[in-house]
Ligand binder design. Sequence first.
Ligand SMILES: *Cc1c(COP(=O)(O)O)cnc(C)c1O
Length: 408
Amino acid sequence: MVEPIQTMPDPSTKKVPASGPSTLSVHAGEARVKPGFSITDPIFASSTYTFPDTQAIVDFLEQGQSREEYGRYGNPGERVVEDKLAALDAGEASVLFSSGMAAFVGLLMAHVDAGDDIVFFDECYHRSREFCRRHLTRFGVGFREVRTCDYDAMEAAITPRTKFLISESPTNPQLSVVDIERFAEIGRRNGVLTLIDATLSTPYNVKPLEAGVDFVLHSATKYLGGHNDLLAGAVTGSAELLEPVRNLRGIMGGVNAPHNAYLLERGLKTLALRMERHNANGQAVAEFLAGHPRVQRVLYPGLPDHPFHAIAKQTMRGYGGLVTFFLRDADWRQTAAVIDAVKIPRIGPSLGGVESLIEQPMVMSYWNYSPEERAGFRIPDNMVRMACGIEDAEDLIADLAAALDVAE
Ligand SMILES: *Cc1c(COP(=O)(O)O)cnc(C)c1O
């Protein structure tokens, strides 16, 4: 007789007896024995989940059983990814969303009330700040920004109304690195929740929860998925603080379809391997650019002259694949000419995938702002942002060298 297919993994088999980033990437969150004895998690292409009889529904509701009910509240593949991410982030729990922004909006909507206010470091992702400035303010939630890594200014901005301190680390595209322990300590001392958007660092390079923050957020669209083929987001933290976030997600509906969750789980398997290469490529490309006569300046936390190199070295395993540089004596068109001359990186927004991407932030993200506003955002016309993929560093460097020559 054929064994019946198990409908749910047995949670008791999920604990992985190791904590290395690669072992966790491959195994954490997964049941050891899976439906059909498959080594990979199946994709349950299902919008609803059935009960054998009415008593089973009553038992489910009364005993808080761990099983699925309806697709808007999650699906089995999504739970596996959540458990894997919680293990990678060294957090109790993780809630997955359909995009990084859905995770950000879901987290804040679950935790802020009218009359609260939020303090940001000013280099945070512009859509995150826009959500607070343009939308949360409509519900009576205040919004302030202080200069990134100015901890005294952040502390001074805290009032009895302040509910959240928010930063990214590293920031994008300036690549400022936050002293996360110090940031978390300011929050704790003032009774304010802290959130680090760690999209650019990933749990491979940094573990903000271990440094004491309350929440860590990821756009899983970037390094976690890693293949430029999906959108997803996640927030990790304590089970208690995430309970209202999960509840609100079930109401707002920003879940991942089962196929998307599978792609993310598959991408996560190689997170540690890919990050090693992204880190190595970022460092090699940054060092090459720093020595090039047409490059005025390079921002990369792994370079000794980076303003936050010391804290980065102390707190990060590696510095990621994003490299920001400025062309010497170049206006926006001369800068664009270099971008148009590269042959390996593709031109476009985003980062964190196996394919390298290159862009000019002034054009890609800030075209509709005035020169004064761009100066305020610290986005000059000659700034280039390269998101190194996992290609061979020598090829990326040769390609950049040729582009810097051709476009001269
Ligand atoms: C891309 C990004 C986001 C938004 O994530 P989506 O998945 O695109 O919604 C948030 N924060 C950072 C740092 C990002 O790079």
